[in-house]
Design a protein around this ligand. Sequence first.
Ligand SMILES: *Cc1c(COP(=O)(O)O)cnc(C)c1O
Length: 406
Amino acid sequence: MQVNRETFNDVMVPNYNPAAMVPVRGQGSRVWDQENVEYIDFAGGIAVNVLGHCHPALTSALLEQGNKLWHLSNVFTNEPALRLAAKLVDATFADKVYFANSGAEANEAALKLARRFMLDHHDEGKDEIIAFKQGFHGRTFFTVTVGGQPAYSDGFGPKPGGIIHGEYGNLAMLEDMMSNKTCAVMMEPMQGEGGIIVPEPEFVKGVRALCDKHNALLIFDEVQSGMGRTGKLFEYMNLDVTPDILTSAKSLGGGFPIGAMLTTAKIAESLKPGTHGSTYGGNPLACAVAEAAFDVINQQEVLDGVLLKEALFREHLARINNKYEVFTEIRGKGMLLGCALNEKYKGRARDFMVAANNEGLMCLVAGMNVVRFAPSLVIPEEDIIEGLARFEKGIAKLVSTPSDSK
Ligand SMILES: *Cc1c(COP(=O)(O)O)cnc(C)c1O
């Protein structure tokens, strides 16, 4: 059966607008499309393909587990899930792990747990969730309402209640919003979808202190920032601020769908048998791949390599910007970087992404004004250099073409 990009319009729900080319094969940080055109991948499946495409450790874990046992449901536990949970507990503040299938599901579990914990330990009414504008936590109705972009949660009828939003970075505002009704503060320790916004460390420390003062839980959504992307296993380790609940997904499975919620033993007690669950969560196939990804990522050379690669990106991006003057700054950390467009190119991030794609580079946007890179943590230097050369070619064409958006 012949299928192509046209088929998408015929048979798929139109909620996405995928690129014109259809990738069919990937190896490391290179991808080939139906016409066998080669691309360098700085998109990483939106910060998912943490070890590139078809990394041998992940492929062999998948094949090995695929010949052994795929799925059981949580009526039975399984060895890969137990091993992965033990490794996550060993490497982090957490004592307990809950597995889900996506970032949104991990966050949904975190929010439900926070509400239930407060019911167990405080008077009724301590149920207010505080999150931040421009934050992103997934697309289930609870998580998208907690997310700070009303455009994503509007138009679906009555929203889950007890959710308010502060300004990311504004500690005084948060202080005014918090009270004995505050159940939890949910935040990304570095905003991804919102435009790659790195907070002041003092802000994050202040959020922790306010949560302590008001007996509220601090939930870090590390779905995008976690699993080595910022040079530490999780970004909270860079910030020296420990959350009460942490969620992971995206890079956690290296391309296989899985999410996780991590928390302390005391808080975990509130998810008693029957309170929450999932048919697939923690299935052996997903956990076997995630365990293999964890083993590769959680090595000092790999984590240190992330920072060396970041330096290479920044050096070349600064050179490109000297020549073409398109960015105000390069933001982010490690292998999660954002090129913020200046006034002249405001609103045109998608044009940059398409221009790059036309030169054989896959990248992302984060909002209208930021071009985002989320490549593999083990991307070879030569692929970084070649990818940025292609990016430069795209920019050269874009700046020499009169804008049609004006
Ligand atoms: C992508 C993302 C999510 C949602 O993850 P899904 O797997 O798409 O449900 C949640 N939070 C953050 C910070 C994300 O970047």
